[in-house]
Design a protein around this ligand. Sequence first.
Ligand SMILES: NC(=O)c1ccc[n+]([C@@H]2O[C@H](COP(=O)([O-])OP(=O)(O)OC[C@H]3O[C@@H](n4cnc5c(N)ncnc54)[C@H](O)[C@@H]3O)[C@@H](O)[C@H]2O)c1
Length: 270
Amino acid sequence: MADPRPLRRRDRRGRSFLKPLDERVTVVTGAASGVGRGIAEVFALEGARVAVADLDLAAAEALAVELGGSGGEALAVGVDVADSASVEATAAAVLDRWGRIDILAANAGIYPAAEIPEIDDEFLDRVLAINVKGTVHSVRACLPPMRERGYGRIVLTSSITGPLVGAAGYGVYGSTKAAMLGLMRSFALEVAGEGITVNAIMPGNVRTPGFEQLSDEWKRELLGVIPMRRLAEPADAGWAARFLASEEAGYITGQTIVIDGGQVLPEGLA
Ligand SMILES: NC(=O)c1ccc[n+]([C@@H]2O[C@H](COP(=O)([O-])OP(=O)(O)OC[C@H]3O[C@@H](n4cnc5c(N)ncnc54)[C@H](O)[C@@H]3O)[C@@H](O)[C@H]2O)c1
């Protein structure tokens, strides 16, 4: 049967574009900083109503005010994704405000380093609780309203670290980013018949506030292995998420987009 939707939408000058996100309610976890902030800013620019959900409520509130100031509609919510009750309360607050959840960017994550002898149980539990359990909590809490409306876009923030490359000290972190892709594939199958997609972005090295604090030598070394000779901006990750969250990407599920300036491409050091 032919799909009744027009193949392309055009503006008055005949240019085609993705359908704006005007009607879409988006929950972004870890939205107050870095990649999550990039996602929240792009989605607000594209017209979405954005729930800025973060452990740091003050920073979330500041961003919500900023997004509101530039014409968007935003709601700040304090959340600890490691705590399922807190995530449920976040989904409830968003439903209370806007009555729906269309898009989830499950982005909150931490990346502390520890080599094998330093990996104690507390470290292990903390990274897994935020990065893996936090992803499950977020998807589980936001799914029911998507199911109710038969529409949803779930975008997980994984990484190249773990699924594609390794780095000394980042074994546990990398395992959580690979685990997210395991969750993604099975979750995608569970909801495939319900108008809901589950995909992931895999950023390389992003210019977040933390990067600015690295030594000049380390920064130079890092830029030396990125063919595009620059880090990703948070918005580079945001636009990839925006595509996966579009109505037009509705036939893509269980897939990933790498945003790394070509970092994983070279066969050798040259
Ligand atoms: N920065 C990079 O180069 C890079 C590369 C690949 C993937 N990522 C991924 O991007 C995501 C964000 O990383 P970032 O670099 O933007 O980090 P960031 O530290 O700049 O921001 C993370 C945000 O998450 C919040 N947060 C931390 N723990 C939380 C919790 N338990 N519940 C809710 N919010 C919490 C923090 O308050 C902060 O605002 C992570 O999942 C990370 O794995 C980052």
